[in-house]
Ligand binder design. Sequence first.
Ligand SMILES: NC(=O)c1ccc[n+]([C@@H]2O[C@H](COP(=O)([O-])OP(=O)(O)OC[C@H]3O[C@@H](n4cnc5c(N)ncnc54)[C@H](OP(=O)(O)O)[C@@H]3O)[C@@H](O)[C@H]2O)c1
Length: 221
Amino acid sequence: MTEAARSILLIGTSRGLGKGLAEVYVKAGWSVLATVRDAKGADLAGAEVAAVDIDKPETVDALHAATEGRSFEVIFIVAGAGVSYAPITQTPVEDSLSLYRTNAISPVLFAERFMDRLAPEGQIVFMTSKMGSIEGNRIGGADAYRASKAALNMLVKSFSVRHAGVTTTLMHPGWVRTDMGGPNAAIDVDTSVAGMIKVLGERAGKGDLAYVDYTGAVLPW
Ligand SMILES: NC(=O)c1ccc[n+]([C@@H]2O[C@H](COP(=O)([O-])OP(=O)(O)OC[C@H]3O[C@@H](n4cnc5c(N)ncnc54)[C@H](OP(=O)(O)O)[C@@H]3O)[C@@H](O)[C@H]2O)c1
């Protein structure tokens, strides 16, 4: 990747991993367009900030119009909604449906809308989770969240069939100390972000689909 070709669109950067990614890409000299739901008071020095709620198509359309003529080497949809550890039987149906929308449908619709903003040889990245691995589910729990990320994985598989040859990455960031990951999580944001950025750099130009974690380990579907 050349110096002139380092431009990234990051979706969901108000806090947690999205904010951490934006900060490190800015420090590394990338041109960063970072989105938050509420642009008022957004604290992302060095990044260009725009407002997007991935569940609100009119905000996605507005960003699409505002980025006419631009392209990004990486488009990374980080935004996602949190975990309830309850089994599906104890989760309000509306909450399960809301997770399915935010974690599975909206990221893929966003990506489809922005494929014409992806640079040639660019990479599209979806923030998934190890908890979306069906084979990796040994202990159950957090059913609605697991199902939403498994659904994301499936929708991204179909996305990659539709867009054969486009480098597409399903990224698990590790279990990270954020609002979502909680204070007992295994790693901090800096460790996860550094790992993810290295892995994405190594995946540039691959032209395939991979389901990997922040260390580069390939995950079972
Ligand atoms: N932390 C972990 O251990 C872990 C593990 C596996 C996967 N992940 C995934 O990593 C991603 C980031 O998680 P995190 O730990 O950084 O969580 P977080 O601190 O809770 O941050 C979630 C981010 O997503 C944004 N968001 C939520 N719904 C949105 C929507 N409809 N439109 C736009 N933005 C929206 C939030 O914006 P607001 O501030 O406006 O709410 C916030 O910026 C998620 O996809 C999550 O599932 C995290």
